[in-house]
Design a protein around this ligand. Structure first.
Ligand code: MEV
Length: 442
C-alpha cells in the first residue's frame, strides 16, 4: 500500500513539473510533454499532427444522411489531481477560456487542498410503462411475485455478457404515477449494473424483452419501454477542500453558492458553468452528453425547485465544495470504442473504468464551477474571458499575421479602459492601423 501511495505521489510530482508553463508552449512542445507523461504515444502525435483525420465511412456507421464531419477544437486541462492521482484531461469544446479556467483553478486547488470523489450506487434504470393500468394492486403483486424470475431470464437471455463481467439485471420495482385524468399508470423499473458500458442499449433490450412476460402476468398492456436518464441510483460525488484562503473570498464564494441554491435563474447559469467542465470530456471520450445533461438537470430539481448541483460553504477555515449528480458514462461500446479520437482521449485520461471517468467528470465540473464563482465574485467574468476572446476578435476582424500583436495590444487597452470590447472595436483598430501605415508609405 505504502509503495502505491509513494508511486502516485511521484507521478503527481512528475505531472506537476511537466505541466509547468504548459499553456505557453507551442503545440510540438506540448506533444513532447504529454509523451513524457505517457499520455500520448508517438502514433497519437502523428494522428494529431495530421489533424486527427477520421474516414467518412465511420460517420456512415454512426448516423444517417451523412455529409461530413464537424470538428471541434481538442485541448487538455492541466494540473488536475483527483483522489491523489494526476490526470491529463482531454476536452473538446469551442468556448474560449473553459480550459484555461479549469487548469488555473485546478492548480489553485492543488496548492491549497485536495479533490476527492466517490460513486454511490451502480444501477441504471429502465422503465416499462403500462399507461392505463386497470388494476394497479394486481400489477404490484405480479411484479412482487415474478421479479426474481424476470431478473433471472433477462440475465440469461439478454444480459449474460454483463453478468459474466460482474454486472447484469439486479432487481425490479413498480411505481404508481397519476395520469391527471383520475386514472393511474403503472411504471415498472428494472435496475441493472452496466459495468463499464453506459448501458442504454442493454437496458432498453431488457425492458423490451420483459414486455411479453409482464403482459402475460398482469393482464395489462405495456405501452412503452425505455431507460430513464434520471439515474438517482448511480450518483457521482466530488468534494473539494481548501485551506489558507482569504476569509473574504470564502464568504463571497459561499454567498454565490447560496444564490445558485435559492434562485433557479442563477442555478441554471451556475449549472451551465459546471457542465462547461463536464460536457467537453464527454464529447472528447465519445460519451452521450445529452443523456448526462438531461440527468443532471432533472436531478437538480429533486427538491421540487431547480437548484445548483454544487454547494460551497466555509467549515471554520476550510472552504468545502460538493457536487452530486448522475453522470452515467461508458468506456466501452459505441463511439467510445469506434472513434479513433475518443479512443485516444480515453487512453490519455488513463481512467480504467466507467466509474473512474464519471468521478473525473464530477471533479472537473466542481473545479470549473469554483473557477467561475471566484471570477464572478472578484474581477468579474469579462476580464479573463475577454482577454482570451481578444485573439478571436482580432482574427475575426481579418488581421494579418504581422498586424495581430498591435491589434491585440490595442484591444487590451480598450478593454481595461472601457471594460467592454467587441468585434467592431477590432475592426476599428485594424482600420486605424492600416490607415496609419498608408500615411507612412512614400
Ligand atoms: C459561462 O460559460 C459560464 C458561467 O456563466 C458560469 C457561471 O455563471 O457560474 C461563467
Amino acid at each position: 500500500m505504502a509503495s502505491k501511495i509513494d508511486s502516485s505521489e511521484n507521478e503527481a510530482e512528475r505531472y506537476s513539473e511537466l505541466f509547468q508553463g504548459f499553456s505557453k508552449l507551442d503545440r510540438e512542445e506540448r506533444f513532447l510533454r504529454l509523451q513524457e507523461m505517457g499520455a500520448l504515444s508517438p502514433e497519437d502525435v502523428r494522428f494529431l499532427r495530421a489533424g486527427a483525420p477520421v474516414g467518412l465511412d465511420l460517420a456512415e456507421k454512426f448516423i444517417e444522411n451523412v455529409l461530413g464531419f464537424f470538428q471541434l477544437p481538442l485541448g487538455v486541462a492541466t494540473n488536475f489531481e483527483i483522489d491523489g492521482k494526476p490526470y491529463v484531461i482531454p476536452m473538446a469544446v469551442e468556448e474560449t477560456s473553459i480550459i484555461a479556467a479549469a487548469s488555473k483553478t485546478a492548480k489553485w486547488v492543488r496548492e491549497h487542498g485536495r479533490i476527492m470523489t466517490s460513486m454511490h450506487g451502480r444501477e441504471i434504470i429502465g422503465q416499462i410503462q403500462i399507461a392505463k393500468a386497470t388494476d394497479f394492486q394486481n400489477v404490484r403483486e405480479a411484479v412482487k411475485r415474478n421479479a426474481a424470475h424476470w431478473v433471472e431470464i433477462a440475465n440469461r437471455d439478454v444480459a449474460s455478457g454483463l453478468v459474466r463481467r460482474g454486472g447484469g439485471v439486479k432487481r425490479m420495482d413498480v411505481r404508481q404515477v397519476e395520469r391527471g385524468d383520475g386514472g393511474v399508470m403503472a411504471v415498472i423499473h428494472v435496475f441493472a449494473d452496466p459495468c463499464d458500458a453506459m448501458g442504454a442499449n442493454i437496458i432498453n433490450q431488457v425492458c423490451e424483452y420483459l414486455k411479453l412476460p409482464i403482459e402475460a402476468a398482469t393482464g395489462e398492456k405495456v405501452t412503452m419501454c425505455i431507460l430513464s436518464n434520471l439515474v438517482d441510483t448511480r450518483l457521482t460525488r466530488a468534494r473539494v477542500e481548501m485551506v489558507g484562503l482569504d476569509d473574504d473570498l470564502m464568504e463571497r464564494i459561499e454567498e454565490a453558492s447560496l444564490f445558485a441554491q435559492q434562485d433557479p435563474y442563477r442555478a441554471a447559469t451556475n449549472n451551465k458553468g459546471v457542465l462547461n467542465g463536464i460536457d467537453p470530456i464527454l464529447i472528447a471520450t465519445g460519451n452521450d452528453w445529452r443523456a448526462v445533461e438531461a440527468g443532471v438537470h432533472a436531478y437538480a430539481t429533486q427538491t421540487g425547485q431547480y437548484r445548483s448541483i454544487t454547494r460551497w460553504r466555509r467549515e471554520k477555515n476550510v472552504l468545502v465544495g460538493e457536487l452530486e449528480a448522475p453522470i452515467v458514462l461508458g468506456v466501452v461500446g459505441g463511439v467510445t470504442t469506434l472513434h479513433p479520437t475518443a479512443k485516444m482521449c480515453l487512453r490519455m485520461l488513463k481512467a480504467g473504468s466507467a466509474e473512474e471517468l464519471s468521478r473525473v467528470c464530477a471533479a472537473v465540473g466542481l473545479v470549473q464551477n469554483l473557477g467561475a464563482l471566484r471570477a464572478l465574485t472578484t474581477v468579474g467574468i469579462i476580464e479573463g474571458h475577454m482577454k482570451l476572446h481578444i485573439k478571436n476578435l482580432t482574427l475575426g476582424a481579418g488581421a494579418e499575421e504581422r498586424e495581430i500583436p498591435y491589434v491585440q495590444k490595442r484591444l487590451e487597452e480598450i478593454l481595461s479602459l472601457h471594460k467592454r470590447i467587441s468585434l467592431s472595436h477590432a475592426i476599428e483598430v485594424l482600420k486605424e492601423l492600416r490607415a496609419e501605415r498608408a500615411r507612412e508609405l512614400p
